[in-house]
Design a protein around this ligand. Structure first.
Ligand SMILES: [Zn+2]
Length: 151
């Protein structure tokens, strides 16, 4: 499948931009996953038995000076062998977060360079939200450093 210019700019592997809209000063990209199925996390068997799709809005890095939100499908698949439903994990977003990982990493770097209040003002998020992002990314940074030291 050919990548569209928007897919190239979005730069998230395994996805394509189905459509986009500009609403009240922000851009919303509707994302479609290119994979048709997933591995069952219980038995590792591949399933394409889609049970349901809901959508979440996830904040991503801004483009052209405007905030960007991704409309991301959360898909639940069914495994006939286990008779269990599982939600698809996404590489670019953590479980149950409403920001992409690269957006959270960007917030983390900016808090390090300035402070919570300033980033909160710039992003239109509360101080609590900025702090929650900061500590979440800080934990993953610590884990990575920890692995490095133990190797
Ligand atoms: Zn299974």
């Amino acid at each position: 499948m050919m990548k569209s210019p928007l897919d190239t700019m979005l730069n998230i592997a395994g996805t394509t931009v189905e459509s986009f809209q500009q609403v009240e000063g922000y851009i919303c990209l509707h994302i479609k996953m290119l994979n048709r199925g997933m591995q069952c996390p219980y038995c590792q068997r591949y399933t394409e038995k889609l049970h349901q799709t809901t959508y979440i809005l996830a904040r991503d890095l801004p483009s052209f000076g405007q905030p960007v939100y991704l409309k991301v499908p959360r898909r639940r698949f069914y495994c006939r062998r286990c008779q269990k439903y599982s939600t698809e994990r996404l590489d670019f977003m953590d479980w149950q977060q409403v920001h992409t990982q690269r957006y959270e990493q960007n917030i983390y770097q900016r808090v390090l360079a300035s402070n919570v209040e300033q980033v909160s003002r710039e992003e239109g998020l509360t101080g609590e939200e900025i702090e929650a992002i900061f500590w979440r990314v800080n934990q993953t940074v610590k884990k990575k450093i920890g692995v490095g030291l133990n190797d």
